[in-house]
Design a protein around this ligand. Structure first.
Ligand code: GDP
Length: 439
């Protein structure tokens, strides 16, 4: 799993290059405000190698001075990425801001690829020579807009990844492990829960050394001998210089953690209640189809007479409608209350996330559901359901073959999904229904 970060001062073409590498950028739709935002983190593939790309340009804290912003983005790239593409504008020569970025990048242990952008034709390629002065090796002439030179640069990056592969082959042995990510807004208690889990269980390798990124992963064994790898998404901020000043940065951290996890703990602070940002962050976990547990932390700090578990649960169900399948746990990292229940719950939802249902039993469930509530009709034509089968796990995905998918009404699909949930224990995992026309 490789990550490439794109850095550079504003307006050199970082975003264009990002889109060029990842293809079409997905947007995050904010259900609450209806606002769409670009994703700053996407998966991509080149020459058969999969990797992720971060657009650091989108991460800026509005009230920070400009210069700090550039530095912060470069620091972020160093902390999070295995390779960095440093973009400069070929027609401007080296600017002071470019020098500033370079100065931060000199501290990187990872390779840096200097992309000299806006070189739309060969005659302009001579312009790269000025940039040798940055001391970052051979510059790559590119045109992000036209896609020129980008492939050559990616060839080099992927080649270097492959050459270094043997030396960091640590990902291979974690087949039976469950990978947990703890996500949530700043100060909800992610690190505290992380530490409490490590303390209560036998930690095999705590704080794996190496890259900065690994420093926030730990492995532990619970009392039943089960192995877990856990990522604390707050760890970087605390160990590094990066200021977690922006929502975008916490969203990015959450996205990265979600990507490599099986089960997500979405942490909410009981003492402050649910906030908008909680919903953004939780929404990312469902989007990626991961198993989710909602962990209400700081339960010790809540005056129980005023606020009961039931009230809090109702509140969560109201605010997090899209997570109606997620179990809710009330814990205190401070007093370790119920922290020991987390591993069991993680194992349970992980099993549900990977559960396979026999087609015969599944089809019986669908038939029973149809018998109770007949399929909808449209313009005198009735939806016919022929059969259903589970086509994927993690999350469980069901193909339902019908006469005409257009006849499947949203509410009827929802009904079928609920019937599946009633008959099988899919607590903690989203399930997906794919309505297909039978050929
Ligand atoms: P993070 O930013 O999400 O990693 O949050 P931290 O783990 O750094 O915790 C933020 C603050 O909340 C710290 O001051 C913690 O001491 C406090 N805190 C964390 N867990 C609890 C808890 O269960 N109860 C109380 N009362 N405070 C907590």
């Amino acid at each position: 799993k490789y990550t490439i970060a794109i850095v550079g001062r504003p307006n050199v073409g970082k975003s264009t290059l990002f889109n060029r590498i990842v293809g079409v950028r997905k947007a995050i739709v904010d259900d609450l405000s209806g606002v769409t935002r670009d994703r700053l983190y996407e998966k991509a593939e080149w020459n058969g190698v999969k990797f992720s790309v971060i657009d650091t340009g989108g991460i800026s804290s509005s009230d920070d001075v400009f210069v700090n912003e550039i530095k912060e983005q470069a620091e972020l790239a160093i902390a999070e990425a295995d390779a960095i593409i440093f973009v400069v504008d070929g027609h401007n020569g080296i600017t002071q801001d470019d020098e500033l970025v370079a100065k931060v990048l000199y501290q990187s242990q990872h390779p840096i690829y200097l992309a000299v952008n806006h070189l739309d034709n060969i005659e302009q390629h001579d312009l790269i020579f000025d940039f040798y002065a940055l001391g970052l090796g051979d510059p790559y002439p590119i045109s992000a807009v036209h896609g020129i030179g980008v492939g050559d640069m990616l060839d080099s990056i992927i080649k270097d990844f492959k050459e270094n592969e043997d030396t960091n082959a640590s990902d291979s042995d974690d087949e039976d492990q469950i990978r947990i990510a703890i996500i949530g807004r700043p100060n909800v208690g992610k690190s505290s829960i992380f530490n409490a889990l490590i303390k209560q269980n036998r930690s095999i390798i705590s704080n794996i050394e190496g890259t900065t990124r690994d420093a926030i992963d730990a492995q532990f064994v619970d009392d039943q001998g089960r192995v877990f790898t856990i990522t604390d998404t707050a760890g970087i901020r605390k160990s590094g210089k990066i200021i977690e000043s922006t929502e975008k940065y916490s969203v990015l951290r959450a996205q990265m953690a979600i990507e490599s996890a099986d089960v997500i703990l979405v942490v909410i602070d009981a003492s402050t209640g649910i906030q908008e940002q909680d919903k953004h962050i939780a929404g990312l976990a469902t989007e990626e189809g991961r198993a989710v547990i909602i962990v209400v932390n700081k339960w010790d700090a809540v005056e129980k007479d005023n606020y009961s578990m039931q009230q809090f649960t109702d509140n969560i169900r109201e605010e997090f409608k899209f997570l109606d399948y997620a179990p809710i746990m009330f814990v205190s990292a401070k007093s370790s209350q119920r922290i020991d229940k987390i591993p069991d719950m993680v194992v349970a939802v992980d099993n549900n996330h990977k559960m396979r249902i026999q087609s015969s039993i599944l089809n019986q469930t669908i038939l029973d559901a149809i018998a109770v509530h007949p399929t909808p009709t449209r313009n005198g034509k009735r939806l016919r359901v022929y059969y259903a089968t589970e086509v994927a796990v993690a999350p469980p995905t069901f193909a339902i073959f019908v006469n005409d998918p257009k006849l499947m009404h949203f509410s009827y699909q929802r009904y079928l999904e609920n019937q599946i949930r009633e008959n099988f224990d899919f607590a903690g995992t989203p399930i997906r229904l794919r309505i297909r026309a039978r050929k």
